[in-house]
Design a protein around this ligand. Structure first.
Ligand code: FRU
Length: 480
């Protein structure tokens, strides 16, 4: 085992060694959370604690690939400007030697409690998982208390990603799991003191109930109340594509229903993907002091051409989405960029009224690799509308078919690939473009597409058959 002190020194040396290389990357993002070096994946321990938001993340500092993960750490006062803090957790103990895997944070008695999965593999590759606790007085330094939960009967060691919350005077924990007959499941635990935990049973999944056959593993569950309903977010693995759904290697979505904290019973409806884009996984939420339910997600998908991203030659890989506020609208979870994101805007909006009649228009003044666009009052009765962002992404709406498409030039082979969803009408689009990412919000939160892309120019063109709309553009500050 390598000591905590040595691991921390090694991380600092690695960051210093590659700082310049990382910063030379033209695709380094301007306003998204990224690792200083190495690979970032899931958001962890997202919490507003005292006067700061804390976002921890899965971090492999020593290579642009997965491995024995650390918990990296960012803090922010406003969800927009983030400060990189010292490493929160290193995989220095026997119960986490192959990684401090994903988990969550909760405030208790004025302290921050974080729960995470200690991932352990023996020489033959056999896996063990421990749900571990670490406690902090200052939100920066953590005192590891070690394992509080071992894998109960009935599950394989694919048992991870504890998310903890308090409800009706009790603590609850959901864990992503796989049952012995290789079905994805969410396991439920309760506790009175955050240290002693009881296994209640399977909250949902396991090949039964509303979900039925639904893949072989659920990762990163998150349960919370929203608009009077109990929402369970999770990332299932092993679904096969169905129409326009489930085209990424793995999915991330939610079910909506009613959780009974007395019995642990959870009745819910169908699974819905949270985001229709190419790159969205392992979302995690927190309730902030304003009462907002805020979500951040990893803007990638495990094993989905991760090693082909061009940023690898600059020694870094992956980023988070922008923070989004969740609302329940007509039984559907909708996502809205947090209002603070508007502080990224530089100056006044540039505004255009666009009338498109079977033509393509190159928008003057619409260059830029760090911009926000709002398209409103869209009038399109029939035919189609499109917007090309540089040479690597295109949004297309077919009013005739009621289908919205995000096209992307693949960073693997240059071919055009597509993600789609049904959309009855297109009234508004809000787009956040960064040097190599795009996040599209349709009809003020109804649907959302998040993706990495690698354009070689940033001209914006629009076209369509018979379309009228109002367009607003802001240049966004580079703050990373
Ligand atoms: C999801 C995940 C989690 C795990 C972590 C390891 O992307 O596989 O299930 O805790 O990443 O980095």
């Amino acid at each position: 085992m390598v000591s905590d002190t040595t691991l921390r020194q090694d991380v600092m040396a690695e960051v210093a060694k590659y700082k310049e290389t990382v910063n030379q990357d033209p695709y380094r993002l301007n306003y998204h959370i990224m690792p200083p070096v190495g690979l970032l994946n899931d958001p962890n321990g997202f919490i507003q604690w005292k006067d700061s938001y804390h976002l921890f993340y899965q971090w492999m500092p020593f290579k642009t690939d997965h491995g024995a993960k650390f918990w990296g750490h960012y803090t922010s006062k406003d969800l927009v400007h983030w400060k990189h803090e010292e490493v929160a957790l290193t995989p220095s103990e026997w119960f986490e030697k192959n990684g401090c895997y994903s988990g969550s944070a909760i405030e208790h008695d004025g302290k921050m409690y974080v729960f995470y999965t200690g991932n352990v593999k023996d020489d033959t590759g056999k896996r063990d998982s421990y749900q571990c606790l670490a406690v902090s007085h200052d939100g920066i330094h953590f005192d590891k208390k070690g394992p509080v939960i071992e894998v109960p009967e009935g599950y394989t060691p694919h048992f991870r990603d504890p998310k903890v919350w308090e409800q009706d005077g009790q603590f609850f924990m959901v864990i992503g799991a796989q049952t012995n007959d290789l079905k994805g499941a969410v396991a439920l635990f309760t506790s009175k003191n955050l240290t002693d935990w009881d296994h209640v049973g399977i909250l949902t999944g396991g090949g039964n109930g509303q979900l039925g056959e639904f893949g072989y593993m659920f990762e990163c569950p998150d349960m919370f109340e929203l608009g009077g309903k109990s929402i369970l977010i999770f990332s299932p693995q092993g679904l096969t594509p169905e129409g326009m759904k489930y085209h990424n290697v793995y999915q991330a979505g939610y079910v909506c229903g009613q959780f009974d904290p007395m019995t642990g019973d959870y009745q819910h409806g169908e699974f819905e993907e949270l985001d229709r884009g190419f790159d969205f996984y392992a979302p995690q939420t927190t309730l902030d002091q304003e009462g907002r339910r805020i979500l951040m997600a990893w803007m990638s998908v495990p094993e989905q051409n991760e090693q082909q991203h061009p940023t690898i030659q600059y020694k870094w890989l992956h980023n988070m989405t922008i923070p989004r506020e969740l609302k329940l609208v007509d039984g559907k979870v909708q996502q809205f960029p947090v209002k603070e994101i508007e502080t990224l805007r530089e100056g006044e909006a540039i505004q255009h009224t666009l009338m498109i009649q079977n033509e393509e228009i190159q928008l003057e003044n619409m260059k830029g690799n760090s911009i926000e666009l709002i398209l409103e009052d869209i009038m399109i009765k029939k035919g189609f509308f499109y917007m090309a962002i540089g040479d690597a992404a295109k949004l297309v709406f077919s009013a005739d078919e009621g289908v919205f498409t995000l096209e992307r030039k693949s960073y693997v082979d240059g071919e055009i690939e597509r993600r789609q969803c049904k959309l009855r009408e297109l009234k508004a689009i809000r787009i956040f473009i960064d040097t190599s990412s795009v996040e599209v919000f349709l009809n003020k939160g109804e649907e959302c597409f998040s993706s990495r892309f690698y354009p070689t120019h940033n001209e914006i063109t629009v076209g369509g058959s018979d379309v009228k709309l109002e367009l607003y553009k802001w240049r966004l500050k580079k703050i990373c």
